[in-house]
Design a protein around this ligand. Structure first.
Ligand SMILES: Cc1cc2nc3c(=O)[nH]c(=O)nc-3n(C[C@H](O)[C@H](O)[C@H](O)COP(=O)(O)OP(=O)(O)OC[C@H]3O[C@@H](n4cnc5c(N)ncnc54)[C@H](O)[C@@H]3O)c2cc1C
Length: 519
């Protein structure tokens, strides 16, 4: 199926050539599935290494070097079948906390526990937040939607409202896919705090409004990974081991990598790209060309004014940033006396008490009212998780991943914001004096480091116009990943369906659709 055919339609014995521009997680996953179908695959990457935003950084702290996650930190959205079919499961050790997530609001030092068991969760939400709504009904319906999302992932089905209605029924599609996050949350819950916790992922990619139709879908979407059954967890040593191992797996499958490569020209008539690699101009023919970059790059590289103009009208604004905090002794959480296993729990620190305050903060961030409009901070206990996997490092690490940062300034210009983020979490740590170093990244830094448009970790905001069936550039109903009108050019970076994340789902779905249409 992946053999080239001559003018008369006979197979020529030559493998079809695929060029993938961009060696992040999506380029690597697409390369893996295409190489296994016997395509001749070359990945052309601008940087001197693969991995995109799933790479490591390192620092010398207390005279010793330590590695840490530069961009992505936690694994969760990857489908289990991608993890196993690529062979990553044989090479990567993982851990995910089974303990409840812990949620803190400004008016309480005590956490509310988000149990994985729905009955326990139901009781906790009623006791702690006075929830009188239908938590069990919400989880039940959410699971139906997640099953549906996982079904379209696995079978590489283009998302469409019609298909969703056939699977979920009209009411659930209206509520969970077409609807706004606000309507979805009001439908199931009475407590503002439950709504805030359950709805916070609406601003995962950037300051989407909870009132925007189509934003409800982001809520089940963020739990639609299956590598840990919908939960999030850690990779031994660090998440960059995913990209490093995948690169090696791909090399063994015959995928060629051209690093340090700047595309000079793409001749779409001839199916030819030329690029400069370390001062040498190379040319490559392609039968299919995949862009696994951010979605703006292809318009620039194709030098196509119409596409550039269309792309300029999309919403890219990102508002995420992260502080990696290093402690010379293991972090002692105030609440771990409840249960020592809670040391590795995910923690969420809100600065708002109501959905309306949350909305105001995220929209103020998008209007650049301030450098930082506090909403919530997710805390990843990376060091604690590493110890669970018998990786004892000389420093403990926690990651404070936050939203509602404005795009204007790099971290070095807003040290006060870093302090504000750290000081929201520190009262919950018994040994704050052990903090020895911290590194802060803002959306502007993410733009400069990873080329993310406007610093968006999903390459494009998950607003209602860029979610589910609308998250495509394709003019071709049968192939969701085609790039505009081109027959043999595709886009499968984080700006395509479903979204960003160290999942590789866009790369997988694009590869599967390409293979299918090529048969
Ligand atoms: C700070 C931060 C924290 C995050 N946290 C998490 C997390 O904890 N968990 C999670 O799952 N996700 C997380 N994410 C999101 C996740 O990292 C990204 O969504 C995902 O890595 C995107 O993968 P990608 O392959 O689509 O794109 P990228 O990783 O952006 O890769 C694109 C590749 O294309 C290359 N490229 C670009 N232009 C060109 C060109 N002209 N020619 C050749 N090559 C080019 C780039 O160098 C890059 O290697 C985080 C991201 C950031 C930045």
């Amino acid at each position: 199926m992946s053999w080239a055919k001559n003018f008369w339609g006979y197979k020529t014995g030559k493998m079809k050539k695929i060029v993938i521009i961009g060696g992040g997680i999506n380029g690597l996953i697409a390369a893996n599935y295409l190489a296994k179908e016997k395509y001749d695959v070359t990945v052309v990457e601008k940087k001197s290494f693969t991995g995109g935003a799933c790479i490591k950084d390192s620092a010398v702290i207390q005279n010793k070097e330590i590695d840490f996650a530069y961009g992505a930190t936690v694994l969760g959205m990857m489908p289990d079948f991608i993890f196993s079919e690529t062979g990553l499961d044989k090479l990567i050790e993982t851990f995910y906390p089974k303990t409840p997530k812990l949620v803190y609001f400004p008016d309480s030092k005590k956490s509310t526990r988000i149990f994985q068991n729905n009955k326990e969760l139901d009781v906790e939400l009623e006791q702690e937040w006075g929830e009188k709504g239908d938590t069990l009904g919400f989880r039940n319906d959410e699971n139906k939607v997640i099953n549906y999302i996982q079904h379209i992932y696995k079978n590489a089905i283009s998302p469409s409202i019609e298909h969703a209605e056939n699977f979920l029924g009209k009411d659930n599609t209206d509520l969970w896919v077409r609807g706004s996050a606000k309507d979805l949350l009001d439908h199931y819950f009475t407590s503002e705090k439950t709504k805030l916790y359950m709805g916070m992922t609406v601003i995962e990619s950037g300051p989407a409004s909870i009132y925007d139709p189509g934003t409800a879908f982001t809520i089940p979407l963020m739990d639609s990974g299956s590598v840990f059954n919908g939960y999030w967890g850690y990779v031994k040593n660090g998440i960059w081991k995913i990209s490093e191992n995948l690169t090696e797996i791909n090399k063994n499958l015959g995928v060629k990598f051209s690093l340090n490569s700047n595309i000079e020209n793409i001749n779409t008539e001839k199916g030819l790209i030329s690029y400069n690699s370390n001062g040498v101009i190379n040319e490559l023919n392609y039968d299919h060309l995949l862009f696994a970059t951010d979605p703006k790059a292809p318009g620039e590289l194709l030098n196509n004014e119409t596409i550039k103009s269309k792309n300029s009208k999309l919403n890219y604004l990102g508002s995420s940033g992260k502080v990696t905090a290093f402690f010379k002794n293991p972090v002692k959480w105030v609440e771990s006396n409840k249960n020592p296993e809670y040391d590795t729990s995910f923690r969420f620190f809100f600065s708002n008490n109501t959905l309306e305050e949350f909305e105001t903060a995220s929209q103020n961030a998008s209007k650049k009212v301030a450098d930082y409009c506090p909403g919530y901070i997710q805390v990843y206990a990376e060091g604690g998780a590493q110890r669970k996997m018998n990786n004892d490092e000389h420093l403990d690490k926690i990651i404070l991943f936050t939203k509602n940062l404005s795009f204007d300034k790099s971290a070095e210009k807003i040290d006060d914001v870093k302090e504000k983020i750290i000081s929201r979490v520190m009262p919950h740590i018994k040994n704050p004096e052990d903090l020895v170093f911290s590194k802060f990244l803002t959306p502007k830094d993410l733009n400069e480091t990873f080329y993310f448009p406007e610093g968006n970790i999903d390459h494009m905001t998950l607003d209602g116009n860029q979610n589910f069936d609308k998250r495509t550039f394709s003019s071709n109903a049968n192939n969701f990943y085609k790039y505009y009108d081109f027959d043999n050019i595709y886009y499968c970076g984080a700006g395509s369906f479903p979204c960003g994340s160290v999942a590789g789902t866009p790369g997988y779905m694009c590869a599967k659709q390409l293979i299918r249409s090529d048969q």
